[in-house]
Design a protein. Structure first.
Length: 303
């Protein structure tokens, strides 16, 4: 009887061991499948047929936009509220590429600036363009320390300044040099980015008090990156009547405590006939252009 019990125990152990091995093999197969799917997705990003790519990254409640020019130059506008931007850059840039031709800081609020500290630490940066503000926070000091320690050229942008790279034009439509506003939001660098007949307006967190000025300069645009994550104090009806965006992208965190995007803004955009994209609902959003009419589509990245 004891001998039979031993045999039964050995058989049970063997079955248990085989079961554990089977589960391990199954889990490994799932992992390989998922990694393969992710790798395939990332490779497909690198091979997308387009001259110009603009990524509106899903970084939560904050802004981060990557512009890739026809010859592969890369300009990052803002970095979001944390280190999530590093994953986004890792998925959209080749693994051996650690260079950004320029970084633009629209203004030093944490939801635009914080991620850039990590970016400056991990990437080689050609130039930093920014607005003149008077913030003195730990994050601002860390950002300035990274620039100084690496000797990164620093240029302050004002209305009328222009920069062209690979045929992509960056035109600053706000703030004016003589602006007396004390709010960092209204000192945001507001950019009009054009490539051929494609035009994109990126207002940072500028409020409606600045919209009359920069809206008239910008004129009709294809895509509006909605200011201040859809705050009710921006994206006025008068601005939309001037810039007439065919598509609007809201960079916003899911269930954020600010109630962004505000229902009034969504209603204004709807009345303006703008196709709406939201990073909280759609994930990452991608604009593609060969110089004509751009396409805008949700393109959620794996991480």
């Amino acid at each position: 009887m004891a001998l039979q019990t031993s045999r039964f125990t050995a058989k049970k152990y063997a079955v248990s061991r085989f079961g554990s091995l089977g589960r391990l093999v199954f889990m490994l197969a799932i992992a390989v499948f998922l990694l393969g799917a992710i790798f395939s997705r990332v490779v497909s990003v690198w091979s997308l047929p387009s001259d110009l790519r603009i990524w509106f990254f899903d970084v939560g409640q904050g802004d981060a936009t990557l512009i890739v020019t026809p010859h592969g130059k890369q300009v990052l506008i803002d970095g979001g509220p944390g280190k999530r931007i590093l994953s986004k850059l890792g998925e959209t840039m080749s693994p051996w590429d650690r260079d950004l031709d320029a970084v633009v800081l629209t203004h030093p609020d944490g939801d635009h600036l914080t991620g850039l500290v990590s970016v400056l630490d991990q990437y080689r940066i050609g130039t930093v363009f920014e607005s003149v503000t008077y913030s003195d926070t730990a994050t601002v000091r860390a950002f300035e320390h990274e620039m100084e320690s690496q000797g990164i050229p620093r240029i302050f942008w004002f209305e009328g300044d222009e920069w062209n790279i690979d045929g992509v034009q960056f035109k600053v439509v706000s703030p004016a040099k003589n602006m007396s506003a004390k709010e960092d939001n209204n000192r945001s660098v507001v950019l009009l980015v054009t490539y051929g007949n494609t035009s994109v307006l990126l207002p940072g967190d500028a409020t409606s008090s600045e919209e009359e000025s920069y809206g008239l300069i910008a004129g009709d645009v294809d895509v509006l990156h909605v200011a201040h994550h859809g705050s009710q104090y921006s994206t006025s009806e008068s601005l939309l009547a001037v810039v007439k965006p065919e598509a609007a992208v809201v960079s916003v965190g899911a269930k954020n405590r600010y109630g962004h995007p505000h229902p009034r803004v969504l209603e204004r955009l709807s009345r303006a006939g703008s196709a709406l994209f939201r990073t909280d609902n759609d994930g990452d959003v991608l604009l593609l252009s060969s110089g004509g009419e751009p396409s805008v589509q949700p393109f959620p990245l794996p991480f």
